[in-house]
Design a protein around this ligand. Structure first.
Ligand code: PHE
Length: 456
């Protein structure tokens, strides 16, 4: 019986600890670094609206499904899927869902670590006073200097990967859980402070309009795909991170309620980040389409002008580093847990092996900002390719498979037994069987041009 299954890796000490850890996984660079520049590059309001719709109609039900599968299987995603498929009398091929997730995790972590490295570099620049009274132009140069230097990027990338490996090697209770307890509230507070600063700037309403006025002429099939990809990415969905965190969830916790809390917090953080950043962008005569460097070019201007900016700025980049850290550990936890389960590897070796593999792959991203900047495939640099492939292809496909398994391959008894919902079970089941998979499939088909609505 699934009831008796326990995880060999341990368990969260409480429902609250799970919320913290899963929020730690969800809230990260995706919210504060990626969401603003994606919104900025893809026209603002319309992108944000599609993103929020995807969070609600696709992200929320799939996150519930992913936690549910994890808790029922209580193993790494690969073994969980194998066990559950067998239990439901389904094909063993479902375990490849777990494998896809492991690969996506490595791909994402490889570049995630490089960007997290930027936050460390920025922490030191900020407290060192580099940005005192800085102009938009100089802030842009500082960013340019950083990313054009492969040695610096490599050094920070290495340090971040070591940090990640250390936490994963310490395991569920001691490594993962502790780090998020004070970090999340602190991050919230400093974001609100930044929004407060943005409000005191002339261009606050311009930022608000940019983020929330939907101009549908800016939508295209590709923009919709990106908004959906961002929804998966920001919620850590579709690759097994949430599944494995679910496998450490105590049996008596409500999956629906915990999931809802996580999704709301994640969305709030992204919107707050947008509200903090765009007023500063417009207030300083910059454009929204600054790409991956957006927050690094924009926020230093604010920190350079506000009273005690070195302190707040330093704190901000430190917290962002922590947010990235608590996400990064969830990216290799599925692979590390699998090595422990199937190869009897000691957790420390497993973590180190995973960290090294992701590190090596990350060298490609390091170089894509400088020496390999001109090396492209399908018009994309190594970094772009990793990002596009994971966010826009692998995570949505993983999420689609999770929806299909939870909604169609799994018996109603099993999912009801695990979710323990009353009336809302029917709503969830309707969403997971029909709405989420159909929406994901439509966005895909639309993007590869099989259907061509939405092109205006
Ligand atoms: N959700 C994380 C973020 O927004 C990134 C992530 C994606 C983490 C997938 C785990 C799995 O930064």
């Amino acid at each position: 019986m699934a009831e008796q299954r326990t995880s060999i890796h341990g368990q969260w000490s409480s429902r609250f600890a799970f919320i913290l850890a899963a929020t730690g996984s969800a809230v990260g660079l995706g919210n504060i670094w990626k969401f603003p520049y994606m919104a900025g590059e893809n026209g603002g309001g319309a992108f944000v609206l599609v993103y929020i719709a995807c969070i609600a109609l696709v992200g929320l039900p799939i996150m519930m499904a992913e936690v549910m599968l994890g808790r029922r299987g209580r193993q790494s995603p690969i073994n969980t899927m194998r066990t559950l498929a067998r239990e439901e009398g389904r094909s063993g091929l479902w375990q490849y869902l777990g494998w896809g997730g492991v690969i996506a995790g490595f791909f994402i972590l490889s570049y995630y670590s490089v960007i997290a490295g930027w936050t460390m570099a920025y922490f030191f620049r900020t407290i060192g006073g580099t940005f005192d009274g800085v102009t938009a132009e100089v802030a842009g140069q500082v960013f340019g200097n950083l990313v054009s230097d492969p040695e610096r990027l490599l050094a920070w990338h290495t340090i971040f990967m070591v940090l990640t490996t250390v936490v994963v090697s310490r395991g569920v209770e001691h490594g993962l859980e502790k780090s998020v307890r004070f970090l999340m509230p602190a991050l919230f507070i400093i974001l609100i402070l930044l929004v407060g600063y943005a409000m005191s700037q002339g261009a606050f309403m311009q930022g608000v309009h940019f983020l929330f006025d939907a101009d549908f002429s800016k939508l295209s099939a590709d923009v919709v795909l990106k908004a959906m990809g961002q929804a998966f990415f920001t919620l850590s969905l579709g690759m097994g991170a949430i599944m494995i965190y679910g496998s450490y969830l105590p049996s008596d916790a409500s999956i629906a309620r915990t999931t809802f809390t996580i999704v709301v917090m994640d969305t709030l953080v992204a919107l707050l980040a947008g509200l903090a950043i765009f007023p500063i962008v417009f207030g300083n005569g910059m454009t929204a389409d600054q790409g991956v460097g957006l927050i690094f070019k924009v926020l230093p201007i604010a920190f350079g002008q506000m009273p005690m900016g070195t302190v707040f700025g330093g704190l901000f980049f430190l917290l962002l580093l922590f947010a990235a850290w608590t996400s990064a550990i969830s990216l290799i936890e599925p692979a590390a847990a699998w090595l422990v389960e199937n190869h009897g590897m000691n957790r420390i070796y497993a973590a180190v092996a995973c960290g090294m593999a992701a590190w090596l792959l990350g060298v490609g991203t390091v170089l894509s900002f400088n020496l390999w900047a001109e090396v492209t495939l399908f018009d994309k640099t190594f970094f772009d390719l990793m990002d596009y492939l994971t966010s826009n292809v692998m995570l949505p496909l993983g999420g689609l498979s999770i929806a299909l398994f939870a909604g169609w391959a799994m018996s109603r008894n099993a999912s009801q037994d695990e979710l323990r919902l009353k009336l809302s079970y029917h709503l969830w089941r309707f969403l997971i069987r029909f709405v989420s998979p159909v929406l994901v499939a439509l966005v895909f088909l639309n993007a590869i041009g099989v259907l061509s609505f939405g092109r205006g």
